[in-house]
Write a protein that binds this ligand. Sequence first.
Ligand code: SAM
Length: 227
Amino acid sequence: MKGRLFIVSTPIGNLEDITLRAKRVLGEVDLVAAEDTRRTGRLLAHLGLRKPMVSYHDFNKEKRTPELISRLLRGEDVALVSDAGTPGISDPAYYLVVRAVEEGIEVVPVPGPTAFVAALVVSGLPTDRFTFEGFLPHRASRRRKRLEELKGETRTMIFYESPHRISETLKDILEVLGDRRASLSRELTKKHEETRRGRIGELLESCRLRPPKGELVLVVEGAGKGD
Ligand code: SAM
C-alpha cells in the first residue's frame, strides 16, 4: 500500500491556531518534510511531538522530491509543512504535490491558517469575489506590467509584500490602478498585529510616517467598486 501525503497548515504566528487534526496527523505520520526544520522542530516540541524530519524548500525541492516520492511509494505517510500557514500558498508545495498526483499517491489536505484569507476578511473590502496575486514581481518594470494587466480586474485583489518594498508597490498601484480603497495588514495573529485601512494614497502617507515592520498583506478593491 502506498503512503499518503498530508498537506498540513500551521500557524502564521499565534501557536494556538494549530488545529487538533494537524496535531494528530503530525503525531501519526512517519516523516515530516519541513521548509525550515528548526522552525518546525520548535512547533513540534511545543506540541510535545518528536518526529523524523527532512528539509524541503525552494532550493532543494528538485533533489528532495524523488526521495520523498519513493518513501511514499514504499508505504510511508509524509506530512508536508511550510514555514507558516498553508503549504502551496506562495511556498514550495506545488512541486511535490504534482509528482505525488502523477504517481497516484493520495494527497490529503489538513486545512488551517493562511495569511491572505485572514487579511481579506478583516479588510472591509468585498469578500464575495477575490483574486490572490501573491508577490508582485520585484523588478519595477515587471511589477508595473503586472499591475497594468490587473487594471480591469473587478474582484478584490490580495498581495503579499515585504516591508522594504511596500512603499514602491503602493506608489505603482496609485499610478496604475488609481486611488482605490485598500487595507494593509501586518503581523496577523501576532503581538503587533495591525490593519490600516484607507485609500492607497493614505496608506502610502501612513507608511512614510510610520514604516510598517514584519510580514504584510495588502488588499486592494477591484475596478469599478469605489463609491
Ligand atoms: N504559506 C503562507 C500562507 O499560507 O499565507 C505564505 C508564505 S509566503 C512565503 C510569506 C508571506 O506571507 C509574507 O511575506 C507575508 O506577505 C505573508 N504572511 C505570512 N504570515 C503573515 C502574518 N502573520 N501576517 C501578515 N502576513 C503574513
